[in-house]
Design a binder for this molecule. Sequence first.
Ligand code: CA
Length: 232
Amino acid sequence: MNMTNLTILVVEDEEAIREMLVLALEQAGLTVVAVASAEQALQTLAETMTDLLLLDWMLPGISGIELARRLKNDAGYKEMPIILLTARGEEEDKIRGLEIGADDYVTKPFSPKELIARIKAVMRRSGKLSESGLLNVGDLTLDAEQHRLMIAGQTLEVSPTEFRLMQFFMTNPDKVYSRTHLLDQVWGRSVYIEERTVDVHIRRLRKILSAYGREELIQTVRGFGYRFSIAG
Ligand code: CA
């Protein structure tokens, strides 16, 4: 299973553990960004597309659990998987962590192998990773490793932005997303781009899909935004 296209944000205040995490994750083929506080994490999340957050519970300033709670209540981030990392092994804490919406929980000390296995499991559950590294929806296949989008085995000529847009849609099918939400998820939060840019890229994608009679895959939901669905 290849994870090279996935970016993990590590939030850990203890330098030795942070460095160990970066090393272990990079060795597993992940792209890693590491910070020491929740405040820095918020800044990084606004600037970098993040696939998963590996978050220490005990942090100075805003705690890990508080950051997790905030993100899970934020429409722009609630679908980003979060794994909490903690020295606490108490069942009660684990339940609290999962209740606020954390996707998994790893207790220190842990082996890098165990951590990678947990990350893979969470990524698979969130649809960001399949066994083959391919994302399949209907007859559409997205190969994140090769940056290729195919329909019935034919490669489509899409720009990097359109590729990311399709990746987002295919990972989150059948839900309606506003232009603002799509901008946050696909272009990143800190980038100022006009909402109509989304329309331009959607139009281009539909044109590309229309060559296969599949322009209806991306539906306009009047007054709200767009939905990707193979149900029609
Ligand atoms: Ca800590």
